[in-house]
Design a protein around this ligand. Structure first.
Ligand SMILES: [Zn+2]
Length: 254
């Protein structure tokens, strides 16, 4: 059973080596303002941990834009287009797959980018977060051509750049047990975090925490808040904003 003590020990290993692990926070499915979003933003504000919000372009409202105008420090990412599943009955859910012509899927992403710009101006990063963390590999090489410089899914990345001009920065800890629609539990969440951090000691990969403000139960909310409260006090962890992790790409960095 992984405990908070294990997280402290892992952070200490980084600190003893004179290093700090890059840790970041992504929250998905933002579309409208409301109490859940306010609750999320309160944790961001109270703990000072940088937050990246993946916004669904086709569902994003003017009320969301107004609410986020008051939170200029929050990074915005593009969460697919409409978060609509196009998979066949027994396939895993996917919006950005090959069930439809590639030109149509990529065209939607361009329309989505324009929808975000209408609401948020130039603020959204050119980073794509595929709904259900899934995208057909055949579509990935075209992403830089339509303006994306970053891609964020779930799990250890295979390479830092899936294709030239596209940086992958993923998430590794999902707070929700989707099958049972509840918090995965402290030991599971901490286990995923500690294991990802320990692998990052050799790979250098930034490690991401994934939350869903519209789907969390009380236990998930409690964990999220106490985890960030603790993480900000651990010397071997560096809490990074998405614009910092992805930012070098826009300046032509490797
Ligand atoms: Zn989503």
């Amino acid at each position: 059973m992984t405990t908070w003590r294990d997280l402290e020990d892992e952070a200490a290993r980084w600190a003893e080596a004179g290093r700090a692990a890059d840790l970041w926070w992504r929250d998905d499915d933002a579309a409208n303002a409301g109490p859940s979003l306010d609750r999320l933003l309160a944790i961001h504000r109270d703990t000072g941990v940088p937050l990246a919000l993946a916004v669904v372009p086709a569902k994003a409202t003017a009320a969301l834009a107004e609410r986020l105008a008051r939170e200029p420090g929050v990074d915005l990412l593009q969460h697919g287009y409409a978060h609509v599943n196009h998979a066949a009955a027994l396939e895993k859910k996917i919006e950005l797959g090959l069930q439809r012509p590639a030109m149509l899927v990529l065209g939607e992403l361009g329309t989505g980018r324009m929808a975000l710009e209408r609401l948020f101006g130039r603020r959204p990063l050119t980073v794509l977060v595929p709904p259900w963390n899934r995208i057909a590999p055949a579509l990935v090489p075209t992403l830089p051509e339509i303006g994306f410089t970053g891609l964020s899914t779930f799990g250890l990345r295979q390479r830092s750049h899936p294709v030239k001009g596209l940086l992958a920065v993923n998430t590794h800890v999902d707070l929700i047990d989707w099958k049972n629609q509840r918090f995965v539990g402290e030991a599971v969440a901490l286990g995923a975090l500690v294991s990802a951090l320990s692998r990052a000691r050799t790979s250098g990969e930034p490690i991401g925490m994934l939350s869903h403000h519209l789907a969390m139960d009380a236990e998930a909310w409690d964990f999220l808040r106490s985890m960030w409260q603790r993480a900000t006090k651990l010397p071997g962890l560096r809490l990074c904003p998405a614009h910092g992790l992805f930012g070098a790409e826009g300046e032509g960095g490797g």
